[in-house]
Design a protein around this ligand. Structure first.
Ligand SMILES: C[S@@+](CC[C@H](N)C(=O)[O-])C[C@H]1O[C@@H](n2cnc3c(N)ncnc32)[C@H](O)[C@@H]1O
Length: 224
């Protein structure tokens, strides 16, 4: 008999409100148990989506490593942005797409190839690039647009590689940075989630808990 988690979701056109409800319910189940498997590695909120919308403006967003495509779906359906979701299903994470109620067309491709194939995109969106993997760096290095949205943990957290952050630091100005967990009017998250260790493997003491931030960057004039 199929368990709840194995049951495929009905994909008939969910409303934005239905997806916010799904996010809220899944958050109640905790991060490790459910949220990152059924939603995303980062928690979306209306405030953060509004911030992204204002920053992106009329540009087209290229998302790399889109995973289950929740942020991408919300950028399209809540924020009304033009988005091209791409991801390379290397770690099996994408198989979870059949379990979620939204449906997003995600081009299956490596992040660097995606950047080279979509030079029309002025914004590069990267949410929780896999720790220790160089695809975020390679994609950023090939990117010729001007704006970058990064969501995750900075430098010695659990995202990407040092080379990725070095490149952001050298070629981009930080326009804004917000704690995505604090930008939560609908939920009281921080109290419960702050005490859930996110990654115990190579985390330094001060980084034992989920630190989830959004960073907005503009290319420096002297950049590519
Ligand atoms: C940690 S998950 C984050 C997924 C999603 N952005 C989120 O926040 O939940 C990293 C994603 O990057 C994908 N990925 C891994 N290597 C990649 C590569 N070389 N190019 C593009 N995507 C890749 C993985 O399959 C996975 O979906």
């Amino acid at each position: 008999m199929a368990t709840m988690e194995e049951k495929e979701c009905d994909k008939s056109e969910p409303s934005v409100d239905e997806i916010w409800s799904f996010i809220k319910e899944t958050r109640g189940e905790g991060f490790f148990h459910s949220f990152h498997r059924k939603c995303s590695h980062a928690i979306p909120s209306r405030q953060i989506l509004d911030l992204i919308k204002a920053f992106v403006d009329q540009d087209t967003v290229l998302s790399i490593g889109s995973g289950l495509g929740l942020w991408e779906w919300l950028m399209m359906n809540y924020a009304d942005l033009k988005v091209i979701p791409t991801s390379r299903s290397g770690d099996g994470y994408e198989t979870g797409r059949k379990l979620v109620p939204w449906s997003v067309d995600v081009e299956s491709m490596d992040a660097e190839d995606a950047v080279k194939a979509h030079i029309e995109c002025g914004v590069l969106f990267i949410c929780w690039p896999s720790n220790g993997f160089d695809y975020a760096y390679r994609a950023l290095n090939s990117f010729s647009g001007d704006k970058v949205v990064f969501i995750g943990e900075w430098y010695d957290g659990c995202c990407a590689t040092k080379s990725f952050f070095d490149l952001l630091d050298s070629d981009y100005h930080q326009v804004d940075c917000r704690d995505t967990l604090k930008c939560e009017s609908e939920f009281t998250l921080r109290e419960s989630w702050d005490f859930e260790p996110f990654c115990s493997i190579h985390r330094m003491e001060q980084h034992r808990y989920l630190h989830d931030e959004i960073y907005l960057f503009d290319r420096k004039k002297s950049g590519k």
